[in-house]
Design a protein around this ligand. Structure first.
Ligand code: C2E
Ligand code: CA
Ligand code: CA
Ligand code: CA
Length: 279
């Protein structure tokens, strides 16, 4: 965990080119932002490829900074992760997304499911299942409509422990997806043991299909493998009709990407939901 923290720090530091002082400032800001609830959850539709219907959405956090404006998660999640602030932030996202989804269920969209990203730190907390349980009760959402996305690398640090955590969550009735699939090194024998429902093909493999033969081969293989393990497969980062056509021909189940919509704030997302009812 120490090593990972250092990596994140370097990534953050070089990627943003900020000085230690500015980083400290940002950490302070992040703490304040949590107290003041300066965060927002955006939602990106997830579409069933066969029926072309929206079946759910991914919750993606944004920081509405009073001076710097809207900040994308890539710029503050690594720091939040490093400072443990990710735990209260992640809980806030989960509570907010579950409460919002419950409101949408009550408003006449009874079947939509919400996918929520879990960080390594959250996933490693012994109190995770209890926390999730509390949020389910407080918001009244049915657990089968909640999908937790964990990255492949999170599961690989301690596989046995990861499996038992996944089982705890599954026993609560939640769904689990493996995010960014293909970027880590899951062995197939582990994958078979994971109590999961879905693999998300990482967008780096989607970007250059159908032109890039390697990516095309990887995407094709991931879909086939997921299906042979009885898993659902969703492609992320789909931006073009050609990409979607490629995925459809290979029986990929769902997609997510700018081709359908960018992540949207609540009110704009509701317009999509309304269109969906009229279809
Ligand atoms: P991710 O979980 O892999 O989320 C997908 C990212 O791809 C999102 O970026 C989304 O806006 C972007 N995306 C969606 N469709 C397309 C597309 O067609 N083309 C391209 N180029 N990009 C697309 P975003 O919202 O900036 O989030 C970045 C990352 O931040 C997420 O990657 C996730 O790892 C992390 N993140 C976001 N919200 C949370 C959160 O609540 N908790 C935690 N732990 N991590 C979060
Ligand atoms: Ca995700
Ligand atoms: Ca992803
Ligand atoms: Ca990603």
């Amino acid at each position: 965990a120490k090593d990972q923290g250092r990596n994140n720090f370097q990534m953050y530091d070089s990627g943003m080119n900020v000085h230690a002082v500015e980083r400290l400032q940002m950490e302070k800001d992040l703490r304040k932002a949590l107290e003041r609830e300066e965060f927002l959850v955006y939602y990106q539709p997830q579409i069933d490829i066969k029926s072309n219907r929206m079946i759910g959405m991914e919750a993606l956090v944004r920081w509405q900074h009073p001076e710097r404006g809207m900040i994308a998660p890539g710029l503050f999640i690594p720091l939040a992760e490093e400072t443990d602030l990710i735990v209260p932030l992640g809980e806030w996202v989960m509570r907010t997304a579950c409460a919002q989804t419950k409101r949408w269920h009550d408003a006449g969209y009874p079947d939509i499911r919400v996918s929520i990203n879990l960080s390594a730190h959250q996933f490693g907390q012994a109190t995770l299942a209890a926390k999730v349980c509390e949020i389910l009760e407080q918001t009244g959402i049915a657990p089968r409509y909640v999908d937790l996305e964990i990255t492949e690398s999170i599961t690989m640090t301690n596989v046995e422990r990861a499996i038992s955590t996944m089982l705890e969550l599954k026993n609560l009735g939640l769904h689990i997806s493996i995010d960014d699939f293909g970027t880590g090194y899951s062995s197939l024998s582990y994958l078979k043991k994971f109590p999961i429902q879905t693999l998300k093909i990482d967008q780096s493999f989607v970007r250059d299909i159908p032109q890039d033969p390697d990516d095309a081969a990887i995407a094709t293989a991931v879909i086939a493998m997921a299906h042979s393990l009885n898993l659902n497969v969703i492609a992320e980062g789909v931006e073009t009709e050609e990409q979607l056509e490629f995925l459809r021909e290979r029986n990929c189940d769902e997609f997510q990407g700018y081709l359908c919509s960018r992540p949207l704030p609540v009110q704009e997302f509701e317009k999509l939901l309304q269109q969906e009812l009229q279809m």
